[in-house]
Design a protein around this ligand. Structure first.
Ligand code: XMP
Ligand code: MG
Length: 175
């Protein structure tokens, strides 16, 4: 159990279960990308531990790069848009695997993938550690999903509450 500020979080997914599942996902990626050399695009900050553990089990040759997604308001009417920061390499003709911590509404990843697709990659798949199907608002093709979870706020293993709690080996859920 962890208390951060006013919120209490209780155990949800153990470190062992996370590591076992990540190994399974990596084996699937190793098979499906056996004849490719993918570019792993890690969405910071939340996916940093997932990406680190996943990549340790990848036996295919791959490159790993890191992006951040910043929200900005272009005009009053269009509301929040997402800007990709940190992608310095060309992704044209590359096989991308976008690595994310959690797909909740899916709005963030939908926009990110849209912008990545516009740069002409040869293929794009998504690997997310967590997925909340009940919260999804945009149609997203999720190729690699660690765990489908209920629509509750989770923390740990990269995921934060107000900047805190990313540094746990397991995942906790808001009580
Ligand atoms: P969506 O899919 O709604 O998610 O665009 C955007 C980002 O919100 C964060 N997020 C969470 N972070 N616990 C967290 O610590 C959660 O339950 C949670 N749900 C969403 C996450 O950074 C995701 O990329
Ligand atoms: Mg995230």
């Amino acid at each position: 159990m962890i208390t951060i500020k006013d919120k209490t979080f209780v155990p949800f997914i153990s470190a062992e279960a996370i590591q076992t599942r990540i190994q399974e996902l990596a084996e699937q990626i190793n098979q499906e990308y056996a004849d490719k050399q993918p570019l792993i695009v890690v969405v910071l900050n939340g996916a940093f531990l997932f990406a680190a553990d996943l990549s340790k089990h990848l036996t295919i040759p791959c490159e790993i790069t890191f992006i951040r997604v910043a929200s900005y308001t272009a005009t009053e009417s269009s509301g929040q848009l997402k800007q990709i920061l940190g992608l310095n390499e060309s992704i044209e003709g590359r096989d991308l695997i976008v690595v994310e911590d959690i797909v909740d509404t899916g709005l963030t990843l939908y926009e990110v993938c849209d912008q990545l697709q516009a740069k002409g990659p040869s293929s794009l798949t998504i690997a997310t550690l967590l997925f909340k199907p009940a919260a999804l608002k945009k149609q997203l093709d999720l190729h690699y999903v660690g765990f489908e979870i209920e629509n509750r706020f989770v923390l740990g293993y990269g995921l934060d509450y107000d900047g805190l709690g990313r540094n746990t080996p397991d995942i906790l859920v808001l009580q």
